[in-house]
Design a binder for this molecule. Structure first.
Ligand SMILES: NC(=O)C1=CN([C@@H]2O[C@H](COP(=O)(O)OP(=O)(O)OC[C@H]3O[C@@H](n4cnc5c(N)ncnc54)[C@H](O)[C@@H]3O)[C@@H](O)[C@H]2O)C=CC1
Ligand SMILES: Cc1ncc2c(c1O)C(=O)OC2
Length: 261
């Protein structure tokens, strides 16, 4: 049987990167995907591409900084498909906000409000449904939160994602009695639109070739290629599925073996 047959998965942060790949993997694996992101026009386009007849996707503009919008996305999932079996939290503010010396605390507060509290808002909105039949909550962290990041400008971002990985342990205990599992996927350098843009920009800045910049990144890894956003999506979809039924409170690095614990 397909991995997600009969399952409804809410996905936040469905833009050009990982969120789209998670939504695509859900549909590919037989599930129904309920898509949230801030820009409705992009969502409509993505839904039409992934699910031309519209029977296995629904979408709604959702800013995870706004509790009412999180409630509305969960409500849409219940209305359209009657249930929520899993939620994969991709939405996050990007990582390069500065370190302690150059980012003000308003910036730190904004990053924490979206990446930590926004993810928890979205989780809470899904809880009444998840409690009904049990379910799975998948956070997206980062390897930058479990080791010294290669870029100090990620300090606020790493703190927000580290807090998410920490709260995962508490939630796994709190929600376990309802058969709700809580796990985290930790990507490292993940090949997709943002890293592609980073490589292009770095090459321009250094006057080096993109291949050389990419080779420098890949040189840190055990495997010969970076993990892709589709690889990370596969890990998220596995954790969302019943095949991970005894896995909770765990974080899984998907990083081509750059960092091993
Ligand atoms: N690119 C990488 O190498 C890595 C990425 N990650 C994480 O993977 C996830 C996806 O990353 P990418 O594909 O790189 O980027 P992405 O471009 O898909 O970024 C995340 C999405 O979240 C959306 N978003 C931001 N604030 C939001 C809000 N308040 N409400 C709703 N949506 C919001 C953005 O518009 C974007 O579409 C993020 O959680 C990111 O932190 C983690 C480690 C490495
Ligand atoms: C958003 C983001 N961009 C690049 C990288 C990371 C990240 O979280 C990371 O953990 O290692 C490289």
């Amino acid at each position: 049987m397909s991995l997600l047959a009969g399952k409804t998965v809410v996905v936040s942060g469905v833009g050009a990167g990982l969120g789209r790949q998670v939504a695509a993997a859900v549909v590919r694996d037989g599930g129904r995907a309920v898509l949230g992101a801030r820009t409705e026009a992009n969502l409509a386009k993505t839904a039409a591409e992934l699910d031309p007849d519209g029977s296995r996707t629904a979408y709604r503009a959702t800013d995870i900084a706004d509790e009412a919008q999180c409630e509305a996305l969960a409500g849409l999932a219940r209305e359209r498909f009657g249930r929520i079996d899993a939620v994969v939290h991709v939405a996050a503010l990007d990582s390069h906000f500065g370190g302690l010396q150059d980012a003000d605390f308003e910036t730190w507060r904004a990053v924490l409000d979206v990446n930590l509290l926004g993810t928890l808002r979205m989780t809470r909105a899904c809880l009444p449904s998840l409690k009904q039949g049990g379910g799975s909550v998948v956070f997206i962290g980062t390897q930058s939160a479990v080791a010294a990041p290669s870029q100090v400008r990620q300090a606020a971002y790493a703190a927000s994602k580290g807090a998410l990985t920490s709260v995962m342990y508490s939630l796994a205990r709190e929600l376990g009695p309802y058969r709700i599992r809580v796990n985290t996927v930790l990507p490292g350098w993940m090949w997709g639109p943002p890293v592609r843009a980073f490589v292009r920009l770095t090459a321009q800045t250094e006057g080096a070739s993109e291949a050389a910049v990419l080779e420098r990144l890949t040189g840190r890894m055990a495997l010969p290629e970076l993990a892709t956003d589709t690889d990370v999506a596969d890990a998220a979809v596995f954790l969302a599925s019943d095949r991970a039924r005894s896995i909770t409170g765990q974080s899984l690095l998907v990083n081509a073996g750059e960092l091993m614990r």
